[in-house]
Design a protein around this ligand. Sequence first.
Ligand code: FES
Length: 113
Amino acid sequence: FMASTHSDLITIYMMNPDGSQAPLEVPVNINLSLMEVLRAGGYPIPGTCGGIALCATCAVDILSGNEKLSPAGDQELDMLDLLPQSTAATRLGCQIRLRPEMDGMIIRIISES
Ligand code: FES
């Protein structure tokens, strides 16, 4: 049995600072985190801690599709508490595993400034 490669891709949309949106096709079948696919896509996500919810350099705002994500765990919530720019829409990209139902999600990278 061979799964179709095409159906294993979803599109998420990156909100640019000027308000435009850039589509990014990402695979959902290889257990990658949102942090990992954004880095692979060339976005400025340091991911300094390697994805264990200790650096918050992977923080993103989920502008649409928040209801499709699993709730943040305790370690993630602790890190978000330390992040001045954090809002109710903010998540750590490394703690989000990409799943098919996230197709069409709109996100914005939180700047380091
Ligand atoms: Fe460090 Fe996500 S990569 S908290």
